[in-house]
Structures are given as structure tokens and as C-alpha cells.
Ligand binder design. Structure first.
Ligand code: NDP
Length: 327
């Protein structure tokens, strides 16, 4: 039997994550085995590693919702040994053994071929956060919104979803307003393409049902009062793509933006997104994402730094995206 390095989460005697080893025989069902080379740390990975939210639903668990790697063995005709692949979500690190490991066994239908434009490390610099930002941009476009309609707001702008959203939207010609709680990151955000940087405190407290119309579109990774205020300040027939809950899961809003301004709230889920939509999102990332900006917004860490990074991302102290090198 062969062993491989992995992070192990156990629930007894207390919830804990540690660097450990797994045996091949512990791998779960799947028709493709992948030698993982890179992963990342998303907000959800922070929740799983610390146990601050019930993300993990099977124990022991290998956390990690995203990986890039090379197929080692496959009984599925769609994949053969040596193929470069990416996986985002599908319950990885939640119900199925995940990405913080040298090896993963998964269902072929969960895998996306690594786009030729990206290295495995770049695919993880994108990761679930970046692919979700792309899904949000696609949702706004499918709603018919274009830069001609007015500015776009990005909340949580210095975070993972936010920094990729700023980069993508600026490249597409939008006037991007970046909302952040980190004024020291204003230059970082302007370098990614933000035209204006605002203080997130403008949006985070309880506000009025309707406010001055400020943006035609928004990508929100914050939720709670922030999302309510974003909706209240969205222009007539604009739309807000809601993808996160960094401030909170609640949404203390009224129907006013919907029934008086025709504002639309577009829900974004990346985890169970059907494959066709994933392929579309990855193709658009390959077309639109500026690789120099991707490098500027990402930091690489070693495998043995993952657990300590969990607390940092939950504290809002991670800038942009993180790439994890799996030994
Ligand atoms: P990050 O931690 O990288 O980014 C979140 C950002 O939100 C922070 O950097 C910070 O930005 C801002 N923020 C943090 N705390 C608060 C607060 N209390 N009030 C207001 N703003 C706050 O996380 P990710 O980008 O990985 O994920 C962002 C959110 O999107 C998470 O809630 C995550 O769960 C969700 N998500 C959802 C997905 C889906 O499928 N729907 C997929 C991926 C992520 P700043 O410092 O600039 O203010």
C-alpha cells in the first residue's frame, strides 16, 4: 500500500486539522486518480480548516476545494494518464476527500481540462474565487449589462473573488468602483484596473431602503448590510451578482430596489455549477484574464503554510489570491 501526504481534519476528541499521511486504500470512489501539484486557499477553505462553519461533512476529511494536477490513472475514456486537469468545488473538501493532498480520486465529470493558456499554478491563482468572479461577470452580461450602462461596484475588492472581478471587469472596459476596508490597498486595486476606491464603511452599516443611484452593476462577496446597501444604490434596471457572505449570511433588505427600480439580484453558485457553464467560464478566463495582473494579485505559499493561512483569510488579512505548492 502506498501513502501520500495530506492535511487531515478530525472531529474527535476535538475538531482539528494537521499535516498527516493517508493511505491509497482510504481514497474515496472515483474513476480518475490525480497527482495534485497545486491548490489554493479560499475563504471556504479557511472555514473548513478552522471549523468556524460546518463546511466539512465527513470525517476524517482532507480539506481543500480546488486542485490542479496531472491524471495518474483513469478508467474513464475522457481522461488518460498525463492529462492536465483542474477541479473546483463539487463537494471536494466537504463530502469528498479534497485537494490538500498529493493524491485525489474523483469523478471524471468533475474535472475540467487545464486550459492551455494557464499553468497549473495560474489555474490555482484563479481557483474557485476567480472562477466565481468570472461566473458573476457572465451573469451580469447575460442580464444585458454593458459598461455603457454605468459603473460597476466590486465589494470585498482586495479579497480573492473581488480582486479577480476588478481585473476582469476593468479589462472589459467597465468603470470599476472597488470597495475595501483596506485603504492601504488602494494602489494595488488601481493597478488591477479600479477607477475609484471607496471605503467599505460607506456600505457596511444599516442603510435606507433606497439611496442615490450609483452603479449599474455589482459583484458582491460580502452579503448582509453591504449587499442591502449595494441593492439600494443600484441604478434603474441594474443587477447585482451575489456570491459571498464575508460580512454575514443575512440580507436585511426591502423589496424597494426590486419593485421601484427593477433591480435584479443574481445568485451565483460555483460548487454545483454544471460542466458546460464551467467550461464557458474557463474559456472566458483564458480569453480575458491579464496574466500579469493575475501574478500581481497572487502569492505562493508552501504546503506546510496552509493551516496558518486559514486564520488569516478569515480575518480578512489575505490580499488577492494564494497558490499552494503541493510537494
Ligand atoms: P477573501 O477572504 O479572499 O475575500 C473576502 C473579502 O471580503 C475580504 O478580503 C475583505 O475585503 C471583505 N470582508 C471581509 N470581512 C468583511 C466584513 N466583515 N465586512 C465587509 N467586508 C469584509 O474570500 P474569497 O474571495 O475567497 O471569498 C469571498 C466570499 O465569497 C466568501 O464569503 C466566500 O464564501 C464566497 N464565495 C462563494 C462562492 C460561491 O460559489 N458562491 C465561491 C467562492 C467564494 P476588503 O479587505 O477589500 O474589504
Amino acid at each position: 500500500m502506498s501513502k501520500f501526504k495530506a492535511i487531515r481534519i478530525v472531529k474527535e476528541p476535538a475538531y482539528a486539522a494537521s499535516y498527516s499521511e493517508f493511505d491509497d486504500s482510504e481514497l474515496m470512489e472515483g474513476d480518475v486518480t490525480v497527482r495534485v501539484s497545486h491548490s489554493t486557499v479560499n475563504y471556504k477553505d479557511g472555514l473548513a480548516l478552522t471549523g468556524k462553519s460546518p463546511v466539512v461533512r465527513r470525517f476524517p476529511m482532507i480539506p481543500g476545494v480546488d486542485f490542479a494536477g496531472v491524471v495518474e490513472a483513469s478508467s474513464n475514456p475522457d481522461f488518460k494518464p498525463g492529462d492536465a486537469v483542474v477541479l473546483n468545488g463539487w463537494g471536494l473538501g466537504e463530502t469528498h476527500l479534497g485537494a490538500y493532498a498529493q493524491k485525489a480520486r474523483v469523478k471524471a465529470e468533475w474535472l475540467v481540462p487545464l486550459p492551455k493558456e494557464f499553468s497549473p499554478a495560474q489555474a490555482m491563482a484563479i481557483g474557485t474565487a476567480g472562477y466565481t468572479a468570472q461566473l458573476a461577470v457572465l451573469a451580469l452580461e447575460k442580464h444585458g449589462l454593458t459598461p455603457a450602462r454605468g459603473p460597476v461596484l466590486v465589494t470585498g475588492a482586495a479579497g480573492g473573488v473581488g480582486s479577480v472581478a476588478v481585473t476582469l471587469l476593468a479589462r472589459l472596459g467597465w468603470h470599476v468602483i472597488a470597495s475595501t476596508g483596506r485603504p492601504e490597498e488602494a494602489d494595488f486595486l488601481k493597478n488591477l484596473g479600479a477607477a475609484e476606491v471607496i471605503d467599505r464603511a460607506e456600505l457596511s452599516a444599516p442603510g435606507r431602503p433606497l439611496g442615490k443611484e450609483r452603479w449599474a452593476a455589482a459583484v458582491d462577496s460580502v452579503g448582509s448590510h453591504t449587499l442591502a446597501n449595494v441593492l439600494a444604490q443600484t441604478k434603474y434596471e441594474g443587477a447585482v451578482a451575489a456570491c459571498g457572505l464575508a460580512q454575514g449570511m443575512d440580507l436585511p433588505t426591502t423589496v424597494a430596489p426590486f419593485i421601484l427600480r427593477g433591480v435584479a439580484l443574481l445568485g451565483i453558485d460555483s460548487v454545483m455549477k454544471p460542466k458546460a457553464a464551467r467550461l464557458e467560464a474557463w474559456a472566458r478566463l483564458a480569453r480575458d484574464l491579464d496574466l500579469e495582473k493575475l501574478a500581481a494579485l497572487s502569492t505562493t505559499i508552501a504546503f506546510d503554510q496552509v493551516i496558518e493561512t486559514a486564520e488569516k483569510i478569515l480575518a480578512g488579512k489575505v490580499r488577492g489570491r494564494i497558490v499552494v505548492e503541493i510537494p
